[in-house]
Design a protein around this ligand. Sequence first.
Ligand SMILES: [Zn+2]
Length: 376
Amino acid sequence: MALITYLTTIKFGFGEFAGIEADLAALGVAKPLIVTDRGIVAAGLIDAVGKKAGRLKEAPVFSDTPTNPTEEAVEAALACYRRHGCDGIVAIGGGSPIDLAKGVALLATHDGPLETYAAILGGIAKVTASVAPVVAVPTTSGTGSEVGRAALITLKDGRKLGFISPHLIPRLAICDPELTMGLPAWLTAATGMDAITHCIETYLSPRENPPAEAIALDGLTRAAAHIARSVRDGSDRDARREMMMAALEGGMTFQKGLGAVHALSHPLGGLKQVSLHHGTLNAVLLPAVLRFNAPAAAAKYREIRRVLGLAPDADLAAWVAELVAILGRPGTLTAMGVPREVVPAIAAAATLDHSSATNPRPATAADYAAMLEASF
Ligand SMILES: [Zn+2]
């Protein structure tokens, strides 16, 4: 059986954010909490766009979202939400504020602790339709979280867990490429590689969903054609629009499930000793994972080579590594400062991650350790 759902309301295009006041009214949100991070505030985005519209003008702002969202930050934002009597959330930023907003929207209407709702702990069925409404406004082109069912949040004990439910999908995604025009080159590259990884991993997932696979290939095609352009010249509006569409399409395919790259990057992102950017991690891990998965997905690899315009026998892993080098991003875990001694623990955690189940080739802890070692 194929279970296919599409998905939520998406407004896409330059200038779409300007209509948010009417969008909030339509959703019945009278007192929104803005959830964002310090980078977005420092970039002036909240002042420039977030505070323009009526309801947002007076809205409280929670800007303490960490690079990787934590349970502590969810609780702090929830306290802010309650203190101001909010009835909805506008998440403005990359994947971290959007994921954090989902956690707040969940606990605003569901009894804690957060762990109760973790996917691998049987929490999916406990999330009900009463989740507070979230409007997601991505300011990067990568996460896909604006249309995704999942929030990745690090618990107080250090586990980075997935919270997954159709009820966690934002009620509205406003994808306005204008908001990405000021994104620095490194973040454009890193988040763009996250989008590429989403499209590849969901396409390779064995879960049956041909519409999602078509979307994933379309997203991959757009991203491959425009990522270098958007990194080279951030003012290239066509490239910015195409990258935002690629990221959105990556997110629209999450229901197929991701794979070994994300099974590894989730626990790595939870490390306390070093703060690792999710998209950068995925770009580093993708070549080793592609080499591991090759025997299990020959026909799909041929299709990926076809849409990328590569030779039928081209090495996809080498293509990724070369792209990462062209974008000027780190190519190894060593370059990212990951200590080698974490390998056994990360490999073990990867086998328990929800994304591991949809990797096209089953991977043991030893397999994950080998993929990590190949990425140093
Ligand atoms: Zn990702």
